[in-house]
Structure formats: C-alpha cells, structure tokens
Design a protein around this ligand. Structure first.
Ligand SMILES: Nc1ncnc2c1ncn2[C@@H]1O[C@H](COP(=O)(O)OP(=O)(O)O)[C@@H](O)[C@H]1O
Ligand SMILES: O=C(O)C1=C[C@@H](OP(=O)(O)O)[C@@H](O)[C@H](O)C1
Ligand SMILES: [Mg+2]
Length: 192
C-alpha cells in the first residue's frame, strides 16, 4: 500500500468514526462471510472495540457453540443470542460481529435495526463453502450434504440479509481490504 493510500484510508476511517457518533456497527451475513475476521479489522481501523456475539455466548455459557447446540438445542442458542445482542447494543463505539442466524431471528433483527447500522457481508456459495470447510465448528453444517445445506440457507436467508442498511461483497482479497470497502460503503450511505 502506498503512503497516499494509507493516508486516505485513515482519513476515511476518521471521517466515518465522526459521522457514526458512537452508533454500533453490526455485521450480518452467512457463515464464512468474514463477519468475525473482517469485523476485527474494521474495529481496529475505526478505533472501536470489537465484539463477537458467538464468543460472548460461549463465555456466558462456558461452552462452545457446538456444545450449546448439542446439549441445549438451537432454540435456546437463539434466545441466548438475542439476549446477548440486546445487551451489547447498549454499548457505544462498538463493531459487533453476529452469528449467521442472528439477523434472521425477527426479534434480534428488530433490535439491530433500531439500535445500530447494519452491514451485510455478502459472498457467493463457492466462496462460503471453501471458507467454512476450513473448520468444523458450525453445527448447522454437520449434515450429509453441507454444500447443499449452505445453498438452502442462502436461498432462505438472502432476502432477509438484504434488509441490512448496506451490502458489501466479502471478496477474496485481504480482509483489511474488505474492511476498507465497508468504510467506503458506509460513508457513501451516510452521505444520502
Ligand atoms: N475476504 C476474505 N478472503 C479470504 N478469506 C477470508 C475472507 N474473509 C474471511 N475469510 C476466512 O474465512 C473463514 C471464515 O471467516 P469468519 O470471519 O469466521 O466468518 P464468519 O464470522 O462470517 O462466519 C476464516 O478462515 C477467514 O480467515
Ligand atoms: O448461521 C448460523 O445460524 C450460525 C452461524 C455461526 O456463526 P458464524 O456466522 O460466525 O459462523 C454460529 O452463530 C452458529 O454456528 C450458527
Ligand atoms: Mg463468526
């Protein structure tokens, strides 16, 4: 990256931080979109605290996400997810990465819409499948046909994710560049 690039990126991050006036930023989208990893970089650029709702749930339950699904079921996970997100949205100056199903839950979605700016990190099936295949920590994909499951989730969820304030493609480029794309898109959104 050139010095000029860095300077303008920093300037854009500062401008956005000012315009947000403390309002939480919430990342939504499918498993593998990059909410956790891009979110961490986005927070660093904006000088904000980064929080991942899955990590908060794991800490509160003293169990991993797969253990929560196995021992308590998805329903309890979703209820806990909503409680955690509701509490976190009271914080100022945060970047919050949600789990892929959070925004799909109508109650959680209403909380996010009311209390934050939401960003849909979007990616195609092939990209998502390659990324989620690197780890086996996503209970919903422990099926005989994980690619087919992902495809069905995409069909069900994309119309809902589209309700986010902005959409940014999570391209297969360094995650810092995706974070920069989010900043550019948010500045553009806030201009209107
Ligand atoms: N823009 C990107 N380019 C390449 N790999 C990425 C990108 N964004 C995320 N990844 C990788 O994809 C995987 C899933 O990312 P993660 O942030 O956990 O997604 P999510 O939280 O949305 O499920 C991780 O291995 C991460 O390093
Ligand atoms: O899409 C989903 O329903 C889920 C996504 C996961 O988070 P990531 O999207 O960060 O992988 C995690 O919350 C859980 O496995 C359920
Ligand atoms: Mg995540």
């Amino acid at each position: 990256m050139s010095k000029t690039d860095g300077g303008s990126r920093q300037g854009r991050a500062r401008a956005l931080a000012g315009r947000l006036n403390g309002r939480p930023l919430v990342l939504v989208g499918m498993m593998g979109a990059g909410k956790t990893t891009v979110g961490r970089r986005l927070a660093a650029r904006l000088g904000r605290q980064f929080i991942d709702s899955d990590e908060e749930i794991e800490r509160a339950a003293q169990m991993s996400i797969p253990e929560i699904f196995e021992q308590r079921g998805e329903g309890e996970f979703r209820a806990g997810e909503m409680r955690v997100i509701s509490r976190l949205l009271k914080e100022k100056d945060i970047v919050l990465a949600t789990g892929g199903g959070a925004f799909v839950n109508p109650e959680t979605r209403a909380l996010v819409k009311a209390g934050a700016l939401s960003v849909w990190l979007k990616a195609d099936l092939d990209v998502l499948f390659e990324r989620v295949s690197r780890r086996s920590n996503r209970p919903l994909l422990k099926t005989a046909d994980p690619r087919g499951t992902l495809e069905k989730l995409i069909a069900d969820r994309y119309p809902i994710y589209a309700e986010a304030d902005i959409t940014v493609m999570s391209r297969d480029v360094p995650q810092d560049n995706v974070a920069a794309d989010v900043i550019t898109a948010l500045l553009d959104h806030l201009k209107n």
